[in-house]
Design a protein around this ligand. Structure first.
Ligand SMILES: [Fe+2]
Ligand SMILES: [Fe+2]
Length: 350
């Protein structure tokens, strides 16, 4: 009779295709960096794009905070269309803050950005960001433009070649006027959506990270807003109950890059294109693991003044207990920027 670990390992392998190689040896919960090597050919890849903060040419006022943000959007889209920069991609996953401005016609801004996405040769799955709904999670009125343009892509699931994806709308976290009923609803939906995949491997995508990716007091100071992580604890409790099949949690919003491991699950936070240091991420699904590589945009597109965590905003740069100089505080160490997660990374569920 199979142990639970063996059963889940075989389930994970079966879920990503019958032709796959045997699952990697399960490892104990904890930090798995470097403990798995990709085996076999990639099953598929997708690009994580986020915090593009696009402003359409029709906008009455172009906000200068993220100088040249549109140029970086166009570079990424051109790179996807033209090939040669990224390996072949099956889709794009946009983690939110597609557009920037609150004060303009958001339907027009979101529609303009959607038209750009539709020019790509691959589909895009979107996550709503706080700039896309005016911090309006749970507010039908504030959500309306995003809903009209992108449809019901708030809390939803999809599956690609046997790997599950669960998207959770957390765009209003930390807001004093976030309706308690909406918090209860998001938790109900996350639980239901994770349950819908059984024990099969799942990637969770949220605009705001579920955990603090830097030393908490420092991050709260450098981000400067209450949404430095999801503030309502319910989602992490649900994630904990499902950690045996959650491959990774992907997020954006902070405008810095890094990875932290919590109870064996990597929380992968990508800066996005608007802010320095301007990262996207290529996620490659191998038969035995997920490999995430952070990719920085070309040097001629870097604009250091778009860094929201340092000297341009605060008059000085920052470090924390795990990052002794500001570059790694902003970008993460090498081990944070190349992450490999066994698909059969198993531990006893709570
Ligand atoms: Fe953002
Ligand atoms: Fe955001």
């Amino acid at each position: 009779m199979k142990t639970r670990r063996e059963f889940l390992a075989s389930a994970a392998t079966a879920a990503v295709g019958a032709s796959l190689l045997p699952a990697a040896e399960p490892v104990a919960a904890g930090d798995h960096r470097g403990e798995v090597v990709p085996l076999g050919e990639p099953r598929f890849r997708f690009l994580q794009l986020n915090d593009t903060h696009y402003q359409s040419p029709q906008a009455e006022v172009i906000h200068p905070t993220y100088n040249q943000a549109n140029a970086r959007v166009h570079w990424v889209l051109d790179a996807i269309r033209g090939g040669g920069v990224f390996p072949p991609l099956d889709f794009v996953l946009h983690l939110g803050d597609l557009t920037h401005q609150h004060t303009v016609d958001r339907r027009r801004e979101l529609s303009a950005f959607k038209a750009l996405l539709e020019s790509l040769p691959v589909p895009t799955y979107t996550v709503v960001g706080n700039h896309d709904n005016v911090q309006g999670e749970g507010s039908p009125e504030k959500e309306a433009p995003y809903r009209e343009v992108f449809g019901e892509r708030f809390d939803y699931t999809f599956e690609h070649r046997g790997l599950g994806f669960v998207v959770a709308d957390v765009s209003g976290t930390g807001n004093a006027d976030l309706p308690p009923a909406r918090v209860a609803r998001r938790e109900q939906l996350l639980r239901r959506h994770l349950d819908s995949f059984g024990d099969r491997p799942v990637i969770v995508a949220c605009h705001v990270p579920l955990v603090s990716v830097r030393e908490l007091p420092v991050l709260a100071q450098t981000f400067g807003f209450d949404s430095y992580m999801v503030r309502e604890p319910g989602l992490m409790e649900i994630l904990r109950a499902h950690r045996h099949h959650v491959v990774a949690v992907l997020s954006g919003h902070l405008h810095l890059s890094g990875t932290v491991w919590v109870e064996g699950v990597p929380h992968i936070e990508v800066c996005g294109t608007a802010s320095y240091p301007h990262d996207v991420a290529v996620h490659t699904v191998y038969p035995n693991c997920l490999e995430t590589r952070f990719v920085r945009l070309p040097s001629d597109l870097l604009v250091p003044s778009t860094n929201i965590h340092g000297a341009h905003r605060f008059g000085r740069d920052f470090t924390d207990a795990g990052h002794a100089e500001y570059t790694s505080y902003l970008m993460g160490h090498a081990a944070e920027r190349l992450v490999r997660v066994p698909l059969a990374r198993l531990g006893a569920p709570a």
